[in-house]
Design a protein around this ligand. Structure first.
Ligand SMILES: [Zn+2]
Ligand SMILES: [Zn+2]
Length: 295
């Protein structure tokens, strides 16, 4: 276990403990996600991945045209490590919600019988092959979202490591200022305000964080402050708000780290603010995260 991983484990544990104390309603959900996030960190520590190479001329075209560095299908996956994590997530799910526990027990059985093949599952996810997920989930009589969730959470350590390696190819001199991830082109899952009030966006797919404009809708490029608003939850939770756009009627949750008394782990924050998603959706707003990546 390396130093970075230790720090991350510690950050996850502290963030979870603080939020459980603040919002006890999330206790059960966070019990499961804490184990899941720690298992992902452990997997990330011993992945065997070929670095993704981008030819120089292709890289300069991508920079010029503001194209993301790679497509989702280009990510490298360590099938052995992710396959082992998949089995572990299925085991952890036994203590999660009933729906997840039941579906994961069927997934485990299918894996054992060889009816479900991790290599195929992961590559179909990267290719966003919805028909495959539809067919397999129907065959197993489980919710398609659960199958996508376990497949995605199993490859997340690899996606995150690839994204970290690829940051070396990003143009450090030109601000990105786009609403999609500069690494993989996916929309953001969360908006984060850091030290001096700089805003960054967290990729919903590879976990890369990039700097963005303060007054800006990442889903439709709107920069007009008259049509961009935000609201707080009824409890006026310090440090959390929902940013919304009148133009595209989408929203993004924002975490202000300057107002937090606990260590901020973006994924823990995302999971423990589902009440804000409910509030936003009650107002007729839509999430900008692709439906297959929504928790
Ligand atoms: Zn990304
Ligand atoms: Zn918008």
């Amino acid at each position: 276990m390396n130093e970075k991983q230790n720090m991350s484990d510690d950050q996850i544990k502290k963030a979870v403990a603080a939020i459980k104390a603040e919002r006890p309603a999330y206790e059960k959900l966070l019990d499961f996600f804490e184990k899941l996030f720690l298992a992902q960190e452990e997997t990330k520590g011993h992945l065997d991945l070929e670095p993704i190479e981008i030819p120089k001329d292709l890289l300069s075209v991508k920079r010029q045209e503001k194209f993301p560095l790679v497509n989702r299908a280009d990510f490298a996956i360590d099938t052995k490590a992710s396959g082992a994590l998949l089995k572990k997530i299925c085991r952890l799910s036994a203590e999660a919600t009933e729906v997840l526990a039941e579906a994961c027990s069927k997934i485990s059985n299918a894996l054992e019988k060889g009816a479900l093949e991790p290599t195929t599952l992961f590559s179909k996810l990267l290719m966003e092959d919805d028909a495959y997920f539809q067919e397999v989930s129907q065959g197993l009589e489980i919710d398609k979202k659960v199958l996508t969730f376990v497949a995605y959470t199993s490859i997340m350590p690899a996606l995150s490591l690839c994204a970290e390696q690829l940051t070396a190819c990003l143009d450090k001199d030109t601000p990105w200022q786009k609403g999609y991830c500069p690494i993989c082109g996916s929309p953001p899952a969360l908006s984060i305000l850091r030290d001096e009030g700089q805003r960054s966006l967290l990729c919903s797919f590879c976990g890369h964080e990039w700097q963005a404009l303060r007054i800006y809708c990442p889903f439709c490029d709107n920069k007009d402050r008259k049509t961009l608003h935000y609201f707080f939850s009824e409890e006026e939770e310090e440090g959390y708000r929902v940013d919304m756009c009148d133009q595209c009627k989408r929203y993004i949750k924002t975490v202000d780290t300057r107002k937090m008394s606990h260590p901020v782990h973006p994924l823990v924050e995302h999971i423990s603010t589902l009440h804000l998603d409910i509030l936003a959706q009650e107002q007729g707003l839509e999430s900008g995260i692709p439906s297959w990546l929504q928790t």
